[in-house]
Design a protein around this ligand. Structure first.
Ligand code: SF4
Ligand code: FES
Length: 360
């Protein structure tokens, strides 16, 4: 067998050797830490993913040993393979830092700022990205997109307004299940994730779309509004499952299992896909063999304690909105129909519990 060809690539002044055909993003992940560009659409376990969101842009300051000319534009690192002698700049390039701030601004154009009621808060990749690269205010003056609600069945909740069109859930359904019933309908500004004819997503492995969604567009209906992830204790556990590996993370509070997810690696990617039965139907500690606490290595705004020492902005709309008065003010709880109307969340003793929220 011929030996695999290795290419030398230097990213942010760190040189590494990787097999030919490796993407810049994967090479950077081998170095790790801040050198690895953020990725909102690429998913190493999904064929064809990447190239949609542009968060992974990098500068190629030297094309290769044979052709040292720099690439004229920033490139998507998830879709560009390394060449021998290539030099790449990620966080060391002011152009990249600037472009990434622009990409975050674009991603947030239509994304609602409903983190306070979003189940993904605390583990949302867009939340992390906005914290690191976003701006305090918005320049966007138009109405955000609205969509007709689609019911995807008893397990998966779709919030289309939060979707960033990364296509990961479509690839997941294509590559993991026998019959994909959802996809992207329409084009451009009207593009949306939906089932053409109202249909439940109920294939055996379809729950994995929840884990791959980088934002809160697809969430677990059996966990919805029941607790905040930072109040829960993640525990590694397994069971003898005839359909999947049965290796999961349980999110507990005391003995109560609030949700079950796949285990994720340091890039926020699922280690082993799990089946719907493990995810949605095994919600008792007695269903599982507990292995021990899981360390959540993915950086998140919560695990880093970003909120602890931040300065609270001056509490006026004008100050946080570049001097502009709001066009319309809505009560987020009334709008989203989250809590039961007779319950005043601010008056509850301690954190809110599932009983305080509407179950639908
Ligand atoms: S629903 Fe989530 S996973 Fe699917 S395209 Fe939108 S953001 Fe991506
Ligand atoms: S991660 Fe590369 S374009 Fe989205």
């Amino acid at each position: 067998m011929s030996e695999q060809q290795l290419f030398k690539v230097t990213i942010d002044n760190i040189t590494i050797e990787v097999p030919a055909g490796t993407s810049i993003l994967e090479a950077a992940r081998k170095i790790g830490g801040e050198v690895a560009p953020p990725a909102m659409c690429f998913y190493s376990k999904l064929k064809g993913s990447g190239g949609k969101c542009r968060t992974c842009l990098v500068e190629v300051s030297k094309g290769s040993e044979k052709d040292p000319r720099p690439m004229p534009k920033l490139v998507a690192s998830c879709r560009t393979t390394v060449m021998d002698g290539m030099e790449v700049k990620n966080i060391t390039s002011p152009k990249v830092v600037d472009a990434r701030a622009g990409v975050v601004e674009f991603l947030l154009l239509n994304h609602p700022l409903d983190c306070p009621i979003c189940d993904q808060a605390g583990e949302c990749h867009l939340q992390d990205l906005s914290y690191e690269h976003g701006k305090e205010g918005t320049r966007y003056e138009f109405q955000r997109r609205k969509f007709k609600k689609h019911d995807l069945g008893p397990y998966i909740q779709l919030h289309m307004t939060r979707c960033i069109m990364c296509f990961r859930c479509v690839y997941t359904a294509d590559q993991l299940t026998e019959n994909r019933v959802h996809g992207v309908l329409d084009r451009g500004d009207h593009a949306e994730i939906a089932t053409f004819i109202e249909k439940s997503l109920d294939n055996d492995f379809i729950g994995n779309v929840i884990d791959v969604c980088p934002v809160g567009a697809l969430t677990d209906k059996t966990f919805r509004f029941k607790n905040r992830v930072w109040f829960l204790k993640p525990m590694d556990a397994h069971r003898d499952c005839p359909k999947c590996s049965g290796k999961v993370t349980l999110w507990n509070r005391g003995e109560e299992v609030f949700r079950v997810t796949a285990r994720k690696d340091e890039w926020g990617e699922v280690e082993d896909w799990i089946c719907n039965e493990c995810r949605f139907e095994k919600k008792h500690s007695s269903d599982w063999v507990i292995e021990g606490p899981r360390e959540i290595s993915r950086h998140s705004v919560i695990s880093q304690g970003h909120y602890v020492h931040t300065v609270t902005p001056t509490e006026t709309f004008l100050a946080v909105n570049d001097g502009r008065a709001p066009h319309l003010l809505l009560d987020i709880h009334t709008e989203s129909d989250v809590n039961k109307p007779e319950i005043e969340l601010s008056l509850i003793n301690g954190p809110a519990h599932s009983n305080n929220f509407n179950s639908k």
